[in-house]
Design a protein around this ligand. Structure first.
Ligand code: NAD
Length: 475
């Protein structure tokens, strides 16, 4: 199926207009390897045009204030809700997330993101107080044009999550989606136009990270850079933003622990552990290191294997499918490379460890020979979990905190005291106890260590996209 058949524009969206590049790149569906679009391959000229459009649109957008901006975000949210089916179909074809998840919750979360931030920005009152004979106020000034760079694994959800606070806070935007899944953001551009955003407020450019992405993040007219992706790319972008003294925020990779204590509901823990293979493990927040107390290892594993056996690898458009193909042949090679190196190094492949046709990979469990093993210490971003045992709570916490990452952690225990103790000790931006992926959009979201810099979520993100001014008037 071609972009024409999909009726998705392959072009950039700059200053409210579609703009084509001379060069294009192929967008391939992971479902069957067909080329579904030839996408405009932007470079320095497109990045410059988009930032200049955002720069020109900034004063009027900033002057609207939160109340004046909110109706645009609400309108965009309504249009997303009205187009769930189409967005879901395109996203499924483009990056193979399960169609039923996209229809049921993932796309509508995009609408929720814009609504939540429209309302949060209006409700976020300026603080004023008296001290030392002056009347003081904290004023939030919109920061200026912002760049947002997003990864391929949840392109629509993450692009809306990251652009909503920027727009609500009064920044204008240039969004650069990932080259492996560019289509849903192109549809988003259509909805931005339909929602009536002033031209230049929200621009979207397509292309390769090292080309248009690098040109974008080093542009001197930007006042904020926000990135979600790998720590490796994060380092490059941090350097570019740093060179221009532009505040930078990064949501990076994860290698979360899923800790199962002997007092846990083992069935619930095993079901959730098997659920870490969802989206074929292409989830930054996944608890990919199973840490299971020795006394319940066998009982846990028996249940875990039974739940993993229920997974069905297949076409993400089919209702019966629970595990989709991986995004790209290069990514499949990367994932299977981790497993092959583990095998050669003497780690035990407990289950899986093989390709399963097309871009599918079997759900895999590896028992490493030591905590230093590559599969324990590095993010794989595929359906590969590791299994390690522990005897005491202290040991569990030490293992959980033993990687450079610190995005998330999951704990299963029936003791509230232990939940509190362990939860407090984990070095992570988010910890879930007896649950996973439950999100309150006002909570801080981000990573510790190489999992990120700064926090998204609620007013934390609104502050990032603002300059805070202390205004002090002698009384
Ligand atoms: P990636 O770092 O390869 O690419 C992310 C984005 O950066 C893409 O749009 C890419 O085109 C762009 N890019 C690449 N090089 C660039 C450069 N030099 N300058 C500017 N932009 C550049 O990441 P990916 O493979 O798309 O995504 C997977 C990674 O994202 C994993 O590490 C995953 O954990 C992480 N992730 C983190 C979160 C989170 O919230 N913490 C969420 C989803 C994914």
């Amino acid at each position: 199926m071609s972009a024409l058949a999909l009726a998705v524009s392959p072009d950039h969206f700059i200053g409210g207009e579609r703009v084509a590049s001379k060069e294009h790149f192929e967008d391939i569906s992971p479902i069957d390897g067909t080329v579904i679009a030839e996408i405009s391959r932007g470079g320095a000229a497109e990045a410059d045009a988009a930032v200049r459009a955002a720069h020109a649109a900034f004063p009027a957008w900033a002057a609207l204030g939160p109340q004046g901006r909110a109706p645009y975000l609400h309108k965009l949210a309504d249009l997303i809700d009205a187009n769930v089916e189409r967005l879901a179909e395109v996203e499924c074809l483009d990056m193979a997330m399960l169609l039923r998840s996209l229809r049921a919750r993932v796309i509508s979360r995009g609408a929720r993101n814009y609504r939540a931030y429209a309302d949060l920005a209006v409700a976020y009152e300026e603080r004023d107080w008296r001290s030392n004979g002056t009347w003081n106020r904290v004023q939030r000034m919109p920061a200026g044009p912002a760049a947002v760079i997003t990864p391929w694994n949840a392109p629509f959800m993450l692009s809306t999550w990251k652009t909503a606070p920027a727009l609500a806070a009064g920044c204008t935007m240039v969004l650069k989606p990932a080259e492996w899944s560019p289509l849903s953001c192109s549809l988003l551009a259509d909805l931005i136009a339909e929602a009536g955003f002033p031209p230049g407020v929200f621009n979207i450019i397509q292309g390769i990270g090292e080309e248009v992405g690098a040109a974008l993040v080093s542009h001197p007219l930007l006042r904020r850079v926000s990135f979600t992706g790998s720590p490796e790319t994060g380092r490059h972008i941090a350097v570019a933003a740093g060179a221009n003294l532009v505040p930078f925020t990064a949501e990076l990779g994860g290698k979360g622990p899923l800790i199962v204590f002997e007092d846990a509901d083992l069935d619930a823990a095993a079901r959730k552990a098997a659920g870490q293979y969802d989206d074929s493990g292409q989830v930054c927040l996944a608890g990919t290191r199973l840490l299971v107390q020795d006394s319940v290892r066998d009982a846990f594993l028996q249940r875990f294997h039974a739940y993993v056996d229920e997974h069905v690898l297949g076409d993400p458009r089919e209702d019966a499918t629970t595990l989709s193909p991986l995004i790209h042949p290069d990514h499949l090679a990367r994932v299977s490379g981790f497993v092959e190196r583990a095998r050669e190094a003497g780690d035990t492949i407990v289950r899986g460890g093989t390709r399963a046709g097309g871009l599918h990979y079997e759900p895999t469990l590896i028992e490493p020979r030591s905590n230093d093993a590559e599969v324990v210490q590095r993010e794989i971003f595929g359906p590969v979990l590791t299994l390690q045992g522990f005897a005491t709570e202290e040991e569990a916490v030490a293992l959980a905190n033993s990687t450079e990452y610190g995005l998330s952690g999951i704990v299963y225990t029936s003791s509230l005291g232990r939940a509190d103790r362990v939860g407090r000790q984990l070095r992570a931006g988010t910890v879930w106890v007896n649950t996973f992926l439950v999100r309150d959009l006002t909570a801080p979201f981000g990573g510790v260590g190489i999992s990120g810099i700064g926090r998204e979520g609620g007013n934390y993100a609104l502050d990032f996209y603002s300059e805070l001014k202390a205004l002090q008037i002698l009384e």
